[in-house]
Design a protein around this ligand. Structure first.
Ligand SMILES: Cc1cc2nc3c(=O)[nH]c(=O)nc-3n(C[C@H](O)[C@H](O)[C@H](O)COP(=O)(O)OP(=O)(O)OC[C@H]3O[C@@H](n4cnc5c(N)ncnc54)[C@H](O)[C@@H]3O)c2cc1C
Ligand SMILES: C[S@@+](CC[C@H](N)C(=O)[O-])C[C@H]1O[C@@H](n2cnc3c(N)ncnc32)[C@H](O)[C@@H]1O
Length: 610
């Protein structure tokens, strides 16, 4: 996870790239668009299948320039049903540099706006899964960076159609072997099809051995033959499809989940007695900053995916500093405490590329190391939630219990009424548990302080170290935050304002004289966190003692999900967690590799806590 990829070396022939390593071209020299249409799009009968599907997933071996992707996107725009969702998963071991990609795609007439969307979200060249969103089309592209066979082995979800598009098999055996095809088979279902430009005997043999039925058909252009195929499998067992989903809780977790589910065609009801962002997500000053570690590549992969998912969500809302949501662009982190200094110094000593360039080293001095997170931001989380909820239905209802059975979830409102849904997501933050199987996070209160005071040294980026401080907005700054584990201390306290001012003395000497700073406001909230400081994302058994043996053996098939325990990092984890839950619910390719999503599984807790 997060290994650096070997860059590609290209030679150009009339704006058509050729790989020097593989001594082969990326697409047909004569009619690239015609070849893609015939060999991949028509071979998989995509126009007709797009007209029928509510959700569709494509898998590709060899993203290359992205030409296949963009021509598929154009087909999707022409044929997809209203509200349908496309997930496109594509493996790539040697990504093109952005300028090369742009050159190749422009020459093929791909719309500038589409190229710009791809480039604006283009991932760093490190292995793992990286998402790029085309929200107006309800399309998500998941780039699987690294060698296809081992990387696909970590992907979870199913694919409806495959494009096999490596370089010629004789030159690129790593992409045309049984190990890759077995992974494709693992990700396929009855009805999954494939198309490819080659009919090489070894490819035919290995695809057949992996479980695909393949047929030779007339090749495109000068080629004699190519292959079309279908996965051989028994009909999928019929489970009730998910249509109606209840999301319990209208904070950042619940709202992001509701949007991700709605994007995938679910009919979503959000339930919260207090309305939108009335609890912890009412936070007026939250930072999006990655939680990085010099030694934990999985945590860094999670941080990278999290930051990218949140930035994409904000991008889809077209949030900018002019509106009320975004309060800082860029976060600077100083190693103020001894513990943080040690942690940041270790990070400063390793190559930032290994964490996907999530940070830059401003100062490496081990006594006071300083990192900058260029994708970090400061946000009025409450305002963001209100924007997310803009066209969602939020019902003001408290749920008192969640029950589950084979058909889905039953929500009990405690007044003698109940509602049945096909699935539910519990996103209740620090609320009381709704079923015995729900993991129970610890509660940690905390306060933010608003001051009316000029702090010119803060500038336009958010600063963090011991406490954090946002740039000036309407003549004021938000400072945060205290941590209170004692529930008797809940609510706003002068003491916490003083603590916030004191702990931020390093950021500006004006905060030194606490008595001369005008406190103009404060905000209190309760964080919910698990001991391992990771959120719980996935399915749970609502009532483990009462579940059937079959369900107990396969708890991941439960229709009760949780997105809980976001701790101090709701902005980092909620949008990504929402994508994970929504993809899992519909069996779509997921945004995180399986070892990482397993680390976040709510089933990781054996005892009640958590
Ligand atoms: C002082 C402080 C500073 C913080 N700073 C940051 C920061 O810098 N960056 C960052 O990313 N995060 C920060 N956080 C954390 C962040 O605010 C939270 O992680 C996030 O808001 C949690 O969102 P949530 O949706 O899980 O919970 P909530 O926002 O609490 O939402 C849960 C919702 O569920 C509803 N609910 C509860 N029970 C029921 C029920 N039975 N039926 C129906 N609805 C129910 C509640 O009414 C509530 O609206 C901070 C938190 C605090 C307290
Ligand atoms: C023919 S090109 C793909 C063309 C592409 N579909 C397009 O639309 O431009 C083959 C691609 O496979 C990639 N590749 C080669 N070996 C690989 C491997 N083992 N795993 C993943 N990708 C690989 C190459 O880097 C190259 O980008």
């Amino acid at each position: 996870m997060l290994n650096r990829l070997t860059p590609v070396h290209l030679q150009w022939d009339n704006d058509r790239p050729r790989s020097l390593e593989y001594q082969d071209i990326y697409f047909s020299a004569d009619d690239p668009r015609g070849e893609v249409e015939t060999v991949f799009i028509d071979a998989n009968e995509l126009p007709a299948r797009f007209r029928r599907a509510r959700r569709f997933a494509i898998g590709e071996t060899g993203f290359g320039t992205g030409l296949n992707f963009f021509l598929t996107l154009a087909t999707w725009r022409r044929h997809a049903r209203d509200g349908a969702f496309l997930s496109y998963l594509s493996a790539e071991a040697h990504p093109l540099a952005p300028a090369d990609l742009q050159r190749a795609l422009q020459a093929q007439g791909i719309p500038e706006t589409d190229i710009a969307s791809l480039l604006a979200q283009y991932p760093p060249a490190v292995s793992g899964l990286h998402r790029i969103y085309f929200p107006d089309d309800r399309v998500v592209l998941t780039l699987v960076y690294g060698d296809a066979a081992p990387e696909f082995a970590r992907v979870r979800g199913t694919v409806d159609a495959w494009f096999l598009d490596g370089f010629a098999p004789s030159r690129n055996p790593a992409l045309w072997n049984i190990a890759v095809f077995r992974q494709m088979a693992r990700l396929s279902h009855a009805g999954t099809t494939l198309g490819t430009f080659t009919a090489a005997a070894q490819v035919r043999r290995d695809l057949t051995e992996a479980g695909f039925e393949v047929a030779r058909v007339r090749g495109f252009g000068g080629k004699r033959e190519r292959l079309m195929g279908r996965f051989r499998a028994a009909q999928d067992s019929l489970t009730e499809p998910v249509e109606r989903v209840a999301v319990i809780g209208a904070g950042i977790a619940g709202l992001s989940t509701a949007l991700a589910l709605r994007n995938r065609g679910a009919s979503v009801t959000v339930l919260d007695p207090q309305g939108v962002a009335a609890r912890t997500s009412g936070n007026p000053a939250a930072l999006l900053s990655p939680h990085l570690s010099a030694g934990d590549a999985m945590r860094n992969a999670l941080a990278l995916a999290g930051v990218r998912a949140t930035r994409a969500l904000l991008g889809s809302l077209r949030v900018d500093t002019a509106g009320g949501v975004l309060r800082a662009e860029g976060v600077e982190h100083q190693g103020i405490t001894r513990h943080a200094a040690r942690r940041l110094a270790r990070l400063a000593a390793v190559d930032p590329q290994l964490a996907g360039n999530l940070y830059e080293v401003v100062r490496a001095d081990p006594k006071r190391p300083t990192l900058r997170y260029p994708l970090g931001i400061g946000v009025d989380l409450g305002a963001l939630c209100r924007q997310l909820a803009h066209d969602l239905q939020v019902r003001h209802r408290r749920v008192v219990a969640v029950h589950s059975d084979e058909r889905g979830a039953l929500l009990d409102y405690g007044d003698g009424t109940r509602d049945r849904f096909d699935a539910t997501v519990i996103a209740t933050g620090a609320g009381s548990p709704l079923c015995p199987g729900q993991p129970r996070p610890l509660h940690v209160g905390g306060q933010l302080t608003r001051i009316r005071c000029a702090l010119p040294s803060i500038g336009r980026v958010a600063r963090t170290g011991k406490g954090y401080c946002l740039p000036e907005h309407e003549g004021q700054h938000w400072l945060g935050a205290t941590f209170r584990r004692d529930s008797a201390h809940s609510g706003i306290h002068d003491l916490d304002n003083i603590e916030n001012l004191r702990q931020l003395r390093w950021a500006d000497p004006a905060l030194e004289a606490v008595e001369r700073v005008t406190v103009s406001g404060a905000w209190y909230g309760t964080r919910a966190a698990f001991r391992d400081r990771l959120p719980a994302i996935g399915a749970i058994l609502a009532n483990p003692a009462a579940e059937t043996t079959a369900r107990r053996a396969a708890p991941q098939t439960s229709r009760v999900f949780v997105l809980l325990g976001l701790g101090s990092r709701g902005l980092l984890y909620a949008p990504l967690g929402a994508e994970l839950i929504a993809d899992r619910m519909f069996g779509l390719p997921e945004p995180l590799p399986e070892p990482l999503s397993e680390r976040l599984s709510p089933l990781r807790f054996s005892a009640r806590e958590s």
